[in-house]
Structure formats: structure tokens, C-alpha cells
Ligand binder design. Structure first.
Ligand SMILES: [Zn+2]
Length: 192
């Protein structure tokens, strides 16, 4: 009994020092702190990206917007869990996944497919996670405007919420990544 209490105290101390149990390590993503601490923007960055002018490459880069068609967009996560963390969302501000229009659904899935393709080409991951967090209880960061996460994965990443202490989790310059990814979409025939 005393032994197990001691173990618990040791684990708690270790976790306070940031060297604690694996689960806590896996969620340690220090570059997300600005997002966590920042005052929440009352606007919606998906909607702002949806409203950017076609051809405004500087504005698109600033917003990290990669591609947009008539119904959906692909954008880089400004506070990624991992380099290459992309988001696909409908242009319409909605949280109602069950009532997406067929066109929105088709566009989102097509953009997700192309996101996976460009990640494979540029980052050579060994796998991908595609997933949605619908609603606050499910962990949605931007609850009101639904979005699909597309994450490249490498062996050694163990959790869905990746991924923090491996070499692939080092934050990369987002603007540089945008410049790598954007041409892959610019080759598209039907860009916005
Ligand atoms: Zn929105």
C-alpha cells in the first residue's frame, strides 16, 4: 500500500516536471500555447478564408489557404499538432454535418483526397489520420464551422492526437510549407 502511494507521488512529481507519464507527454504541444492563451477571435477563420479574393496569393498565404472550390476549402492549421496538419471545410458556416449538401460533401471529400495526395508527394508520411470532431464534447476547436482534419503520420506516432516528442513534431515554418503545398493545388483545372 505504502509502496503504491509512493509510486503515485513520484509519478505526480515527474509529471510536474514535464517528464511524466506517456499520455501527458503525448499531449505536450508547446507551439499550440499561443492558440490556447490567445483571446478567442470572434470571427471565424474559415469564413474569412472563404471570403478572400481569388488571385490574392499574398492574402491566401497569410491565411494559409491552399485551395477553394465553389463549395469547400483546404487550409493549413495555424496551430498544428504536427507539420502538414491540414483542414478541409465547407465554405458555408455550418456545424451541421448531417445536413451538408451533396455538393459540399463531394467537394470536401475531393479536397481531402487531394490533401492526402499532396502530403504523400511532399512529406512522404507512412500513414494519415482523417477525422472530425463535431461539437464541443467531441473536442472541436472551432465548433461552429465544421472541418475535417487531415494529418500525415509516421511510425512511432502512437495517438490520434499526435505526436509531440518525435522529430516530426518540430514546428515548421508555416509560410514555407504553404509555398510547398500551394503549387500542388494551383495545378488544378477548376480553382477558385
Ligand atoms: Zn465560418
Amino acid at each position: 500500500m505504502a509502496k503504491s502511494r509512493k509510486k503515485t507521488r513520484v509519478a505526480a512529481k515527474a509529471s510536474k516536471r514535464g517528464r511524466g507519464p506517456i499520455a501527458q507527454k503525448a499531449l505536450f504541444a508547446p507551439w499550440r500555447m499561443p492558440f490556447i492563451l490567445a483571446p478567442k477571435d470572434p470571427g471565424c477563420f474559415f469564413c474569412r478564408a472563404a471570403a478572400l479574393k481569388a488571385g490574392d496569393e499574398a492574402g491566401w498565404k497569410d491565411a494559409l489557404l491552399l485551395h477553394r472550390d465553389r463549395h469547400a476549402l483546404a487550409i493549413m492549421n495555424r496551430y498544428p499538432y504536427i507539420g502538414g496538419h491540414l483542414l478541409v471545410a465547407p465554405l458555408r458556416h455550418t456545424s451541421d454535418f448531417a445536413n451538408l449538401t451533396p455538393q459540399e460533401h463531394k467537394s470536401m471529400w475531393e479536397l481531402a483526397r487531394r490533401c492526402v495526395g499532396l502530403l504523400e508527394k511532399t512529406m512522404r508520411p507512412q500513414g494519415h489520420n482523417l477525422g472530425m470532431n463535431l461539437g464541443k464534447a467531441a473536442g472541436a476547436g472551432v465548433e461552429a464551422h465544421l472541418h475535417l482534419h487531415v494529418l500525415p503520420r509516421w511510425l512511432g506516432d502512437t495517438n490520434f492526437l499526435p505526436v509531440v516528442d518525435g522529430t516530426h513534431s518540430i514546428p515548421v515554418a508555416l509560410g514555407e510549407l504553404w509555398e510547398t503545398f500551394r503549387p500542388e493545388f494551383k495545378r488544378a483545372k477548376h480553382q477558385a
